[in-house]
Design a protein around this ligand. Structure first.
Ligand SMILES: [Zn+2]
Length: 580
């Protein structure tokens, strides 16, 4: 018996040696014939050593081999499709760390959202809308942020009245908005007693600034509902546009069970060209109701497949930097009046949860197997959330849960240390830095911005940093709110410059390799999928993008001009611009 088994084992090893020799001689075993081979490229694998390869072989939607041209050509068979990269650079499929594709896909239907860069353009647009709409019809800008206008000042109700006296106007800035007199009157805001309605003095007339908590009082008519087919069609178009800038996966910032069902159906119907990890948004209601609702959920983080997976449980902890409602550690200061119309310099922003409430929710989420994440945009909000994470951590370590902070923006040295110790992941949006850094510099001053987007401090402390856009409206990759072109974001992380060229704490920049990791392997880590995607390695999902320029070596300012020539998801070409 012993001998026989030895013989058998011996044969087995002999077969391995023969197979290995055959492979070395350029003849791969028959079962490993590739469906597709990409060769003659500069393939930035983003593996552990950041190695560069010339070619990859793909079979059944996965990479089966990565290496030199001759090694990979050994996997070619009669039906292999071979793509000559002609020296082009290839990166792993980019993972958009935080976006809202559903609302964005519908945001320009039926009317396009104008690209407005100053108050004059805004006034012209409102006046033009007033001319074409019936008296009394609402004029709404669905995503309007004052920090994005070159004038850097708040509008007045009077200004809005001057161009549209007979139309209710509302400029929606997500966390606060601006209404004109007509909008105030038809919504009854002057008579309502609500803390979200800003008034010139207690009991005085509304100024026109309406905070998120009072948005429900606005009498804006709901748009006609879209059919499921229309929604799906718009979503396919949106994902096609994501593919055109190299995006192959997205973490959906927040959505409900219905949205999740929509992605699952699209997946079943073969309509997805972007993989989805969807956070489940829990709107603020009394915490007990949130806990009850959590118990009823029939799914949890990680459920799903390689195409559609359940993400984190998400809550919104504070306001936003675009509207001066982010919850800071100190007051927004004197200069916030001009930009945001905040009359009280000691106003710190809006905080929607107490630390205790967050502790209760985080513990419950952890016990039910959820990853927990929260939108937090100011340092005070970050500290409150971290204190709640720490309280949970004392009861049961949270490291393996990969909890995260969405946006954050301001991270003190202490906050960075705590995040590293508890394994809290930073879900960052370089767009905030690029688009809004200059406005915040004006309001808060340079000193207070030393904790603003401190990529280098986070990275060196060992915090996993991921990148995303928070794309929420408009379709164009560069003109959308917020721009979802990953190469613009990568450039801003590397160049550390704002939109108008201000270099702000350049020592907080990351290298190109690190910035690429933010959009690939780090975001795969965030969804617990780093073993399946985020780098070009054998066994991983065959998602990649072919670029017009060398991301690692091109002149720095050219990074933002990089175009995607071809995008592949699951080994299938989902975008190409015929320039390869
Ligand atoms: Zn978001």
């Amino acid at each position: 018996m012993r001998n026989r088994s030895f013989v058998r084992t011996g044969f087995f090893y002999a077969w391995i040696v023969i197979a290995g020799l055959a492979f070395a001689a350029g003849c791969a075993p028959g079962k490993e014939r590739a469906d597709t081979i990409l060769m003659n490229g500069k393939i930035i694998t983003v593996d552990k050593d950041f190695s560069i390869a010339e070619a990859v072989a793909i079979r059944n939607g996965r990479f089966i081999a990565v290496g030199k041209n001759d090694e990979i050509l050994a996997f070619a068979g009669d039906s292999t499709n071979t793509i000559d990269l002609k020296g082009r650079t290839v990166v792993p499929g980019l993972i958009e760390g935080h976006a809202h594709p559903l609302s964005a896909s519908q945001s320009e239907y039926p009317d396009p959202i104008p690209h407005i860069t100053n108050i004059k353009e805004l006034m012209d647009w409102i006046a033009q809308q007033a001319r074409t709409r019936k008296k009394g019809e609402w004029i709404v800008h669905p995503k309007f942020f004052i920090t994005r206008l070159s004038d850097m000042r708040q509008l007045s109700k009077k200004e809005l009245d001057s161009v549209a006296p007979d139309h209710p106007v509302f400029l929606n800035g997500s966390y606060a908005g601006m209404a004109n007199s007509k909008a105030i009157a038809v919504s009854g805001l002057d008579k309502a007693d609500h803390p979200g309605i800003d008034r010139s003095k207690p009991g005085g007339a509304p100024t026109g600034i309406v905070r998120r908590s009072a948005f429900g009082l606005l009498a804006i008519p709901k748009p006609a509902p879209l059919s499921d087919q229309e929604k799906t069609k718009m979503m396919m178009q949106m994902f096609g546009l994501y593919n055109s800038v190299g995006i192959t996966s997205v973490c959906v910032g927040g959505g409900d069970g219905q949205q999740l069902e929509m992605y699952k159906k699209m997946n079943a119907d073969g309509q997805l060209t972007v993989r989805v990890f969807q956070n489940i948004y829990f709107p603020k209601v009394p915490v007990q109701e949130m806990l009850d609702s959590l118990k009823l959920k029939e799914y949890k983080t990680g459920d799903g497949d390689d195409w559609v997976r359940v993400g984190a449980l998400k809550v919104v902890v504070d306001g936003g930097v675009l509207t001066g409602t982010a919850y800071l550690n100190e007051g927004w200061g004197e200069k916030a009046q001009r930009l945001y119309g905040l009359p009280d310099p000691l106003y710190r922003g809006e905080l929607f949860f107490s630390q205790k409430e967050l502790e209760t929710l985080i513990s419950a989420a952890q016990q039910a197997g959820w990853k927990f994440t929260a939108h937090v945009t100011g340092g005070g909000g970050v500290d409150t959330l971290l204190a709640a994470f720490a309280a949970t951590d004392r009861l049961a370590p949270v490291k393996q849960n990969r909890f995260s902070i969405i946006h954050g923006n301001f991270f003190s040295e202490e906050a960075v240390r705590k995040m590293a110790a508890m394994g809290i992941y930073a879900d960052m949006q370089p767009d905030w830095f690029y688009k809004d850094g200059s406005a915040l510099l004006q309001v808060l001053g340079k000193e207070r911005l030393n904790a603003f987007h401190p990529y280098r401090s986070l990275w060196d402390a060992g915090v996993v940093v991921g990148g995303g856009s928070d794309h929420m409206a408009k379709l164009d990759p560069d003109l959308s709110i917020n721009p979802y072109n990953p190469f613009l974001s990568i450039w801003s992380v590397v160049a550390r410059k704002t939109e108008n060229g201000i270099s702000l704490y350049p020592e907080q920049a990351l290298s190109r390799k690190e910035a690429l990791q933010m959009y690939t392997i780090n975001n795969a880590y965030a969804s617990f999928e780093e073993n399946g995607k985020g780098s070009i390695e054998p066994g991983k999902l065959a998602d990649l993008a072919v670029l017009s320029d060398d991301l690692l070596l091109c002149p720095e300012d050219d990074i933002r001009k990089i175009k995607v020539l071809l995008t592949m998801v699951d080994g299938r070409v989902v975008y190409e611009n015929n320039q390869l």
